[in-house]
Design a protein around this ligand. Structure first.
Ligand code: PMP
Length: 455
């Protein structure tokens, strides 16, 4: 969908005005960006922190619950929540307590801790898969799954969906181009052509998947249950169930990466829809914001893993990092699973996210804009399309960076943080009705500015 010219023009003007205002409101952050630039390029510890749509980064003094306070003293209602890492609020009290207690009793030993059996049982009961492994990040978990799937099936290829993102997993950096798969041109330093072993398929298209799997050389389908790393695309009814069935038929393993779709409910989309994947991945918020991730798998997969390991010389498997599954991560995970990711908290998050989505929809309707608001449990996102998106190509066509940036900056200057790039909002257990009300009002004002109301 192309954005109406007048809206794009107003967005550009709004970006200019809001950038000036941002500059005036953040003298301490500006100063810190200069100071930090002496040794961190751009003043940030990792380059993509510069991808926020601000003239320079906001420097955080404190983040607690749903409030982020910056070094200039602005207190933001946080709907970005570290792009899901802090989805259960910043420093949830049970997790902070578990971390501080464990910190005095050892952080890492390259050995299992007294909590290991308990965490395994919690994961199995929660997500329904009997076996688990712990990694440091969701990227690592996905990488491990890709490697295991190839080792177990003796097949070379991985199927992902056009528009997907699964972290630093090289195998997923492909997209559709003119009906064929190409490597994403953004990927840095890649020497071999990933499209030789990774295939991109259109989301919500079981027929296309079936055709690809029929060749018998696909080890793994790696997918989110919904595409959340582009303008959000929900699965059509039966699509994910169809994937599970199709993969089984063709001897392909299926991994559901629930790192973002854990917004759907306490057991993720998998449990909400009673799905039975071979692998399940969850990173980001699983330890309340401390780096940790898990991947779960079936009895059959575990059995095959043992068989494959039996044929290899021990060590150098290419899976795992030294700090994976450390004692601190397990302590934080136990607290998060038991005391934070509770059905009660999810009830609050989903109800408030629905209020937020309804409020945003009402604003869109009031301004007569051809846009939708897509919701998946605690996650809601503004999408520049009149009807729900079907796949990555439609999502790419719906993205408008200028309008997104204008809304983002407008909200940020009014003490509201939403996720940059795609105006995604997340609701935490600590989000209040007042937070939501304030976002709905300010969002309506942003749309008034973009619609030229009062011009
Ligand atoms: N899977 C999905 C679905 C993600 O959205 C992301 C990050 N946005 C990752 C995996 C990777 O997570 P991390 O960067 O924490 O490794």
């Amino acid at each position: 969908m192309t954005m109406p010219v007048e809206i794009r023009q107003r967005a550009e003007a709004l970006i200019a005005a809001e950038s000036t205002r941002f500059d005036e409101l953040h003298p301490r952050s500006r100063q810190m960006a200069v100071e930090a630039s002496a040794h961190f390029p751009g003043g940030v510890p990792l380059h993509w922190m510069l991808d926020w749509e601000t003239p320079f980064p906001i420097f955080v003094r404190e983040a607690k619950g749903s409030t982020v306070t910056d070094v200039d003293g602005h207190a933001y209602s946080d709907f970005c929540l570290g792009d899901t890492g802090a989805m259960f609020g910043h420093s949830p009290a049970p997790v902070a307590k578990a971390i501080s207690e464990q910190a005095a009793r050892g952080l890492t030993a390259m050995l299992p801790s007294n909590l290991t059996a308990q965490v395994g049982a919690l994961l199995a009961a929660r997500f329904g898969l009997p076996f688990w492994q712990v990694t440091a990040t969701a990227s690592d978990a996905n990488r491990a799954v890709v490697r295991w799937a190839r080792a177990l099936t003796n097949r070379p290829k991985v199927l992902v969906f056009d528009g997907c993102y699964h972290g630093q997993v090289e195998d997923a950096f492909v997209k559709l181009d003119g009906g064929g798969t190409i490597m994403k041109p953004s990927l840095l330093g890649q020497v071999t052509d990933i499209s030789a072993t990774s295939i991109a398929a259109p989301f919500n298209d079981l027929e296309a998947v079936e055709k690809i799997l029929a060749a018998g050389d696909v080890a793994l389908i790696l997918t989110e249950p919904a595409l959340t790393n582009t303008a959000m695309v929900l699965p059509e009814p039966g699509f994910v169930e169809g994937l599970v069935a199709s993969a089984r038929r063709h001897g392909t393993l299926l991994c559901l990466d629930e790192t973002h779709t854990i917004s759907a409910g306490p057991g993720g989309f998998t449990r909400e829809h009673d799905l039975s994947p071979d692998f399940f991945v969850l990173g980001k918020p699983i330890a309340g914001g401390l780096p940790a991730a898990v991947f779960g798998f079936t009895h059959k997969v575990e059995n095959d893993m043992r068989r494959v390991l039996g044929t290899k010389t021990p060590g150098y498997s290419g899976i795992g990092t030294t700090l994976s599954g450390n004692m601190l991560a397990l302590a934080a995970m136990r607290a998060c699973l038991e005391e934070v990711m509770t059905p009660k908290n999810y009830g609050h998050m989903t109800a408030l996210a629905s209020r937020l989505a309804d409020g945003m929809r009402a604003a869109v309707t009031r301004h007569n804009l051809p846009w939708t608001v897509t919701q998946l449990g605690a996650r809601a996102e503004l999408v520049f399309s009149e009807r729900p998106l079907r796949n990555g190509a439609e999502a790419a066509a719906a993205i408008d960076h200028a309008v997104e940036r204008a809304i983002h900056l407008f909200l940020l200057n009014r003490n509201l943080l939403v996720t940059p790039f795609h105006n995604m909002t997340l609701v935490a257990p600590t989000t209040t009705e007042a937070d939501v009300e304030s976002l709905v009002i300010r969002f309506d004002e942003a749309l008034s500015a973009l619609s030229g109301e009062g011009e």
